[in-house]
Design a protein around this ligand. Structure first.
Ligand SMILES: [Zn+2]
Ligand SMILES: [Zn+2]
Length: 561
């Protein structure tokens, strides 16, 4: 990935008494959030999440933040603070802990429980946990932390205030200001006001919905819509939502209970997370509602509800497989209802519409965000952000969590309320807070770190480019044998192609030009196999581009005999 700010250079040494803030992900994309704070030689990390790959990143499982610039300083890390349990905030933690296992992990009860099950999957045990809750204070080295309740699309989310000698930072994490949330736990604006009174020097605010005017509607608004869908369905209902959206699952369980249906979870992460949420008391399962998938199949369709993962069209998820009719036990039938109770994360549109079309083709009624109010966002809209700025009255603002357009929209909101200094920083941009003023101080390397199977960081952008060319344009291999004594083509060229509709005879036209070009190159004294291969590549490349308007991958092999 080319750096968005080539003009920036390596930052100068941090001034004594200054605080340095650098995001290793999350600024310029929705995902892989990770922010580093440095004070007096010590480091504090807030969040360590993953980004999910898009269509143009074939074969990639996950994308991690790039913490390579502190790889040799991991011993200076006081702690990793996790604001909430979403994958884009906790998902990369196992990969960080592989590099230093005993980094203390700080987060709420639910956040750390969700993380813990993930760590166990990665065989990471005996990690160091500090469970905190709103109102708690915790001092780690030079960082004095205070936690504030925030409302979001997962329970138990926290904002964190970080006090150092350089001033106070308030990091909202992901939040919104639902005034009537299902669990009654609202964003603690009284704490925001108190911290504002004390003086917030740098305010890091969630930008995801900064472009959306007004206020994010309350979760409660969805309940009647879900009930209506239940009332109108006389066959099976399949609900897809995030495997961490405890409140959405709660609404579906309640609706199922009210309409005398029974529910089974489908998808490993859904089963696991909801068991954790239930055990910890965040999810209240009405009596007799929950059954095993095997038992659900014995019920008549009008008594069945499935709650599944895959609301973002993830190709391996239960819902995608159901849509392709290759799920091992859920077969979609005409008249079934599928409820996609989730947002559409930018980049996932094609995949989600593919799933909706697949389901619709089998005769399912698909209810989604586009045709009913079955989802509200977990993030504050512009109106809520304005409130926050006016309540906190920060000296400096740094928008976080979003694509560049979201960061810029959020910056505009801050300025509109009179914040004088707003710093736009993308991934890898280093911001220093010195003498109460935040300024860009330079940049560190910060690329995409790809996880592909068991390999982490080995796949590069150029490998992905090759995969795209192979996927979209196919490939042509050309094998030629050159007689090292006579300097003439002794055999071939033998040409094979994949991803071309034409048969191999298509390439007859280009065989003689290849031979001619090689003879000419050898006559000019180019006998090196690599140079001759380049000659073949050029001839074939030009021909295929002119005659077929294609740019396949060309693999020339010149052998000497
Ligand atoms: Zn979140
Ligand atoms: Zn997030």
């Amino acid at each position: 990935m080319s750096h968005p700010h080539p003009e920036l250079s390596t930052p100068a040494k941090l001034r004594k008494g200054g605080l340095r803030v650098t995001a290793f992900g999350g600024l310029g994309e929705v995902g892989r959030n990770m922010t580093l704070f440095e004070y007096d030689g010590r480091l504090l990390i807030v969040d360590c999440g993953v980004l999910f790959p898009e269509d143009h990143q074939p074969g990639i499982d996950l994308i991690l933040p790039d913490w390579s610039s502190i790889r040799d300083r991991l011993d200076d890390v006081e702690a990793l603070v996790l604001t909430h349990g979403h994958e884009d905030h906790i998902g990369a933690t196992p990969y960080l802990l592989r590099e230093r296992k005993d980094i203390p992990l700080v987060g709420s009860k639910l956040t750390l429980a969700l993380l813990d099950s993930k760590l166990r999957e990665h065989r990471l045990r005996e990690t160091v946990h500090h469970v905190v809750k709103e109102g708690d204070r915790l001092t780690l080295g030079p960082f004095e932390l205070e936690f504030v309740a925030v409302n979001h699309s997962i329970p138990d989310a926290l904002a964190v205030a970080i006090r150092t000698g350089a001033g106070m930072v308030l990091h909202t994490g992901d939040f919104k200001m639902d005034q009537l949330p299902l669990d009654g736990r609202i964003t603690d604006l009284r704490a925001f006001a108190r911290l504002g009174e004390e003086g917030v020097d740098l305010f890091l605010t969630d930008s995801t919905n900064a472009e959306t005017p007004g206020f994010t509607p309350s979760e409660k608004k969805i309940t009647p819509v879900i009930n209506q869908v239940f009332r109108e369905s006389n066959q099976r209902i399949i609900v897809a939502c995030f495997a961490s959206h405890v409140h959405r699952v709660q609404q579906v369980l309640d609706a199922a209970y009210a309409h005398e249906r029974q529910v089974a979870y489908v998808g490993r992460s859904m089963v696991r997370n909801m068991a954790i949420a239930r055990d910890l008391g965040y999810l209240k399962v009405p009596p007799g509602v929950l059954v095993d998938t095997k038992d659900l199949a014995d019920l008549p369709p009008e008594r069945q509800v499935l709650i599944s993962t895959g609301s973002q069209g993830e190709p391996m998820s239960a819902l995608s497989r159901i849509a392709q009719r290759n799920h091992h036990f859920v077969h979609i039938e005409e008249g079934d209802t599928v409820l996609l109770a989730s947002s559409l994360i930018p980049g996932n549109e094609n995949a989600v519409y593919r799933v909706i079309n697949g389901l619709a083709r089998w005769g399912a009624r698909v209810v989604h965000k586009g045709n009913a109010m079955v989802h509200v966002s977990g993030h504050a809209s512009a109106g809520e952000l304005l409130y926050c700025y006016n309540i906190v009255k920060p000296r400096n603002v740094m928008p976080v969590h979003g694509e560049i357009r979201h960061l810029l929209a959020n910056a505009e909101l801050a300025r509109a309320t009179g914040v004088e200094n707003v710093v736009i920083a993308e991934d890898g941009v280093v911001v220093d807070l010195v003498d109460g003023v935040a300024k860009v101080a330079g940049k560190v390397d910060c690329g995409y770190v790809f996880v592909d199977g068991s390999s982490v960081g080995d796949i590069t952008e150029s490998d992905l480019k090759d995969r795209r060319i192979l996927g979209e344009e196919g490939f042509i291999s050309v094998i030629v044998v050159v007689d090292s004594v006579s300097g003439k083509v002794a055999a071939g060229p033998e040409i094979h192609a994949r991803g071309f509709a034409e048969d191999d005879a298509t390439f007859d036209d280009i065989k003689q030009p290849i031979i001619d070009a090689l003879d000419r190159a050898i006559a000019e004294g180019n006998t090196d196999a690599h140079q001759l291969q380049q000659t073949v590549r050029r001839v074939v490349g030009r021909w295929v581009s002119n005659t077929h308007r294609r740019r396949p991958m060309i693999i020339p092999v010149v052998l000497e005999a």
